[in-house]
Design a binder for this molecule. Structure first.
Ligand code: NAI
Length: 706
C-alpha cells in the first residue's frame, strides 16, 4: 500500500500505491499503513527527510466517501477526524522535513496531506487538479484544510478555494501559493523534492513557530473583518442558507484562526462531524458522487454489447441544438457531418463552434492550432448522401412530426445498415417517430438540453423497438462527449420535460391565483431552483409551451382546462408575449438593461389580498416536481430512483442540496410529504394527489433509500 524506498542520501520516499482501489484514497487502512511507514522513517536517525508521492496517475483524490457515509454517529466521525489530525501533526512535528511531490491530482484530503507537508512541489501538467472540493458534496475539508490553508496563504485568498471548492491547475496553484514550486516533468519531480530536503530541509511549519503571523493578518484586521462579513452576506444571497457546509467553513476560519492550532483542529473536527451527519451531505454524496460516477461509467449500458468505437457522426439541422451538438462532438474528437437545408444554413451552425472556440483562444484556454483542428472536423453539407459512414446520426430539425418522418427516411437511405438514428425531439414520443423508420431497432431518442455545451445531462430514450445496440451506442457517445447519460423509457415528455413542466405550470397557477409574481420568482430561487418559473418559461419560450400543449391536446383528445394553460393561452393568443426571444413575456427585456417583471402583470392577474407564506410557495414548487418524479418511477419511465435524482438535478436544476427529487421526499419523510400533498390536493387540485403506492409507502413508513 505504501512503497518505502530509502536512497543513498538517506532520503525516504513514501509512495501511495493502493492495490484494492483504482485511485489512492484516505481510509482506515491506508492511514494505518502510512502511519507505520512514517514512524519507521522518523525513528531512523539516518533518515534526512521524507518525500511523499504516489505510484499511481493521481496523487491522492481524498477521503473514501463510502467509509464516511457509513460512519453512524457524530462522535465516531469526530474521532476519525481527530485521528487524521494526529497523524498529520505527527508528520509535521516529527522533526524531519516532509515534501509533497505532487505527481497527479491532489484533491480534498489528498491536498490536505500536502498542506501538512513542509513543502509542496507539483508537476506543471494541465491535467492535474489541486484543491479542496469537499463543499460541493456538502462537506468541509476535515483534514485540517480550513486551518492550514488560511495560515499558509492568507484568509482572503483561502476563502474561494475553501468555500467554492474551486480546483486549480498547477500553474494557478503556484500563483495562489497553494504549492511552492513546479517542475516541468515527472522525471524532475522526485529529484527536485530531494534537492529541497538536502538544501533547505526546513521541518517546522510556519504555524508552529513562535513568531508566526497569518499572512495578511488575522480575522480581526479591518480588511479581514470586512472580507469575512462580506463573504457571509454573499453566501446568504447565493445559497439562501440551504447549504450548511460553506457556513461551517466560514465559522471554522473565523473561530479557528483565533485559537491555538491544535484546538483549532479539534474545532474543525466538530464542524466536520456536523456536516457529515447532515441530510444535505448524505443526499449530495449519494447523488452527485455515487450515482453520478455510476452514470458516467455507463451503468445503464447493456452489458451484452461490446464497446463501440464511434468515429463519425451526422447531425441533421444546424439550428440552436444541432450547432451545439456539433460543437461538443467535434471537441471530443469525432468527425462531424452537419447537414441543413442549404450549405449556408449548415455553415451558420458551424459558426457557433467558431465563436465558442475563438473565445477559448482569446482567453488563452486553447491554442489557435487546436481550435482550427477541432473546426476542421465539422463538415457542412446540404446533401443526405454525405451521411454515409456515420456511426450515429442525430436529428435536430424543427419539432414537426411530418418533417422528422421525411428526414428519417431520407437519411436511412444514405446510412450504413448498422448506423443508429437518434432524434433530439423534446416532446414527440420516440415509438411514434420510429414508425417512419425502416430500422426501428436502430432508432432511439437522444435528448440534449440547451445550451448544449454547458448542460451536463443527456437523456437517452428507448422506443419500444430500440435495440440494446442502439442504447449502447448512445451511452458510449454521451460518455465520449463527457456528459452524463440516463436511460429512460418512452413517454410523452420523457422524464425531464415532464417534471420540468410541472414546475412551470405551478408557477403559472400561482400567477393566476393572484400570488405576487415577485414572490413566485424569488421564493423559487430561495428554495434552491436556479431560476424562477416565469423567467425560465420566458427563456424556453411560452410559445413552445403553447405549441406542446396544443399538440398534446390533439394527440390525446383531452382538453387541458387548468389555470396554467389559461395563462399560457392568454399570453400567446391575447397578449402576444411569447417570451424572451421576442423581447416580451412574463418579463420585459429593455435593451442593455436587466430584465424586469412586466409591469402590467398585476392588471392581467390581480394580486390577491391573501398571500400564502413563503414556505407554502416553496413546497408547492418542489413537491409538484417530486410527485411527478414518483409517477415517472411508478410508470417505469425512469427505472431507478437514482436516475430520478440525478436527472432532476442535472436536467431541470432541482435544488442540488436535496440530492434530487426523491431524496427530497426522503428528507421530509414520506409520511409527512404524503400528508402535505393531500392537504394541497384539497386546496389546489388533483395534480397534488399522491399515488396509492406512495400512500402505502407512507403507511409502512418506508423510504426511497434505506
Ligand atoms: P431550430 O429552429 O433552431 O433549428 C432547426 C434547424 O433544422 C434549422 O436550422 C432548419 O433549417 C433545420 N432543418 C429543417 N429542415 C431540415 C432538413 N430537412 N434537413 C436538415 N435540416 C433541416 O431548432 P432547435 O431549437 O435547434 O430544435 C431542434 C430540435 O431539438 C427540435 O426537435 C426541438 O424540439 C429539439 N430540442 C430543442 C431544445 C431547445 O431548448 N431548443 C431542447 C431539446 C430538444
Amino acid at each position: 500500500m505504501i512503497n518505502y524506498i530509502q536512497d543513498e542520501n538517506n532520503i525516504v520516499t513514501l509512495s501511495f500505491n493502493m492495490t484494492e482501489s483504482p485511485v489512492n484514497v484516505i481510509n482506515e487502512g491506508s492511514m494505518l499503513a502510512f502511519g507505520e511507514a512514517l514512524e519507521k522513517a522518523l525513528a531512523d536517525t539516518n533518515v534526512k527527510g521524507i518525500v511523499l508521492t504516489s505510484s499511481k496517475k493521481e496523487f491522492l483524490v481524498g477521503a473514501d466517501l463510502n467509509m464516511i457515509i457509513h460512519i453512524k454517529t457524530a462522535v465516531e466521525i469526530q474521532n476519525a477526524a481527530n485521528r487524521l489530525h494526529q497523524l498529520f501533526r505527527r508528520m509535521e512535528t516529527g522533526g524531519k522535513p516532509v515534501v509533497a511531490a505532487i505527481n497527479g491530482s491532489a484533491l480534498g484530503g489528498g491536498y490536505e496531506f500536502c498542506l501538512a507537508c513542509h513543502y509542496r512541489i507539483a508537476v506543471n501538467n494541465s491535467k492535474i487538479e489541486i484543491g479542496l472540493p469537499e463543499v460541493m458534496l456538502g462537506l468541509l475539508p476535515g483534514g485540517g484544510g480550513t486551518q492550514r490553508l488560511p495560515r499558509l496563504i492568507g484568509i482572503q485568498e483561502s476563502l474561494r478555494p475553501l468555500m467554492e471548492g474551486q480546483k486549480v491547475r498547477p500553474q494557478q496553484a503556484l500563483q495562489n501559493k497553494m504549492v511552492d514550486a513546479l517542475v516541468n516533468s515527472q522525471e524532475e519531480l522526485i529529484p527536485a523534492a530531494k534537492e529541497w530536503i538536502l538544501k533547505t530541509g526546513n521541518h517546522i511549519q510556519p504555524w508552529d513557530k513562535k513568531e508566526f503571523k497569518i499572512p495578511g493578518g488575522g480575522v480581526n484586521t479591518p480588511n479581514n473583518a470586512m472580507v469575512l462579513a462580506g463573504a457571509a452576506g454573499l453566501l446568504r444571497k447565493k445559497t439562501f442558507g440551504n447549504y450548511p457546509a460553506p457556513i461551517a467553513i466560514l465559522n471554522c476560519v473565523y473561530e479557528g484562526l483565533q485559537l491555538p492550532f491544535d484546538r483549532a483542529l479539534q474545532m474543525e473536527a466538530r464542524y466536520f462531524a456536523q456536516c457529515v451527519m447532515s441530510d444535505v451531505a448524505k443526499n449530495m454524496i449519494r447523488t452527485l458522487f455515487f450515482s453520478m460516477n455510476d452514470a458516467n461509467k455507463g451503468i445503464a449500458r447493456p452489458k451484452n454489447v461490446p464497446p463501440i468505437e464511434i468515429k463519425k457522426i451526422g447531425i441533421l439541422g444546424a439550428g440552436m441544438m444541432g450547432a451545439g451538438i456539433a460543437y461538443v462532438s467535434a471537441n471530443a474528437g469525432l468527425e462531424v457531418v452537419l447537414k441543413d437545408v442549404t450549405l449556408e444554413a449548415a455553415g451558420n451552425g458551424k459558426k457557433y463552434s467558431h465563436k465558442l472556440l475563438s473565445e477559448k483562444v482569446s482567453k488563452g484556454r486553447m491554442t489557435k492550432e487546436k481550435s482550427e483542428e477541432i473546426l476542421s472536423r465539422i463538415q457542412c453539407t446540404e446533401s443526405s448522401g454525405d451521411l454515409s459512414g456515420c456511426d450515429l446520426v442525430i436529428e435536430a430539425v424543427f419539432e414537426n412530426r411530418e418533417l422528422k418522418a421525411k428526414v428519417i427516411q431520407e437519411t436511412e437511405l444514405a446510412m450504413d445498415i448498422n448506423g443508429v438514428f437518434a432524434s433530439n425531439t423534446s416532446t414527440l414520443p420516440i415509438t411514434g417517430l420510429a414508425t417512419a423508420s425502416s430500422r426501428p431497432q436502430n432508432f432511439i431518442g437522444l435528448h440534449f438540453f440547451s445550451p448544449v455545451d454547458k448542460m451536463p445531462l443527456v437523456e437517452i430514450i428507448k422506443g419500444k423497438k430500440s435495440s440494446d445496440y442502439a442504447i449502447a451506442m448512445c451511452v458510449d457517445y454521451v460518455r465520449k462527449i463527457k456528459k452524463t447519460p440516463i436511460v429512460v423509457n418512452d413517454s410523452r415528455g420523457f422524464f425531464t420535460s415532464r417534471v420540468f413542466s410541472t414546475y412551470l405550470f405551478e408557477g403559472f397557477e400561482m400567477l393566476a391565483e393572484g400570488i405576487k409574481p415577485s414572490s413566485i420568482e424569488n421564493i423559487a430561487k430561495a428554495a434552491g431552483m436556479p431560476i424562477g418559473p416565469l423567467a425560465v418559461a420566458d427563456e424556453v419560450s411560452i410559445e413552445l409551451a403553447y405549441k406542446i400543449n396544443k399538440q398534446t391536446e390533439a394527440d390525446t383528445g383531452v382538453k387541458n382546462e387548468s389555470r396554467a394553460v389559461f395563462v399560457i393561452n392568454k399570453f400567446i393568443e391575447e397578449l402576444g408575449r411569447p417570451g424572451k426571444k421576442a423581447g416580451k413575456g412574463f418579463y420585459d427585456y429593455p435593451a442593455g438593461e436587466k430584465k424586469i417583471l412586466w409591469p402590467q402583470l398585476s392588471q392581467q392577474f390581480p394580486i390577491s389580498e391573501n398571500q400564502p407564506s413563503s414556505e407554502i410557495i416553496k413546497k408547492r414548487l418542489l413537491h409538484i416536481q417530486a410527485l411527478e418524479t414518483v409517477r415517472c418511477l411508478e410508470e417505469k419511465v425512469i427505472t431507478t430512483g437514482k436516475d430520478g435524482d440525478l436527472g432532476s438535478i442535472l436536467g431541470i436544476g432541482f435544488p442540488p442540496h436535496t440530492g434530487g427529487a426523491l431524496s427530497y421526499i426522503d428528507s421530509i419523510g414520506v409520511k409527512k410529504f404524503v400528508f402535505e400533498c393531500e392537504q394541497f390536493t384539497r386546496k389546489f387540485g388533483n395534480r397534488f394527489r399522491p399515488s396509492k403506492k406512495l400512500r402505502d409507502m407512507a403507511q409502512r413508513d418506508e423510504k426511497f433509500y434505506s
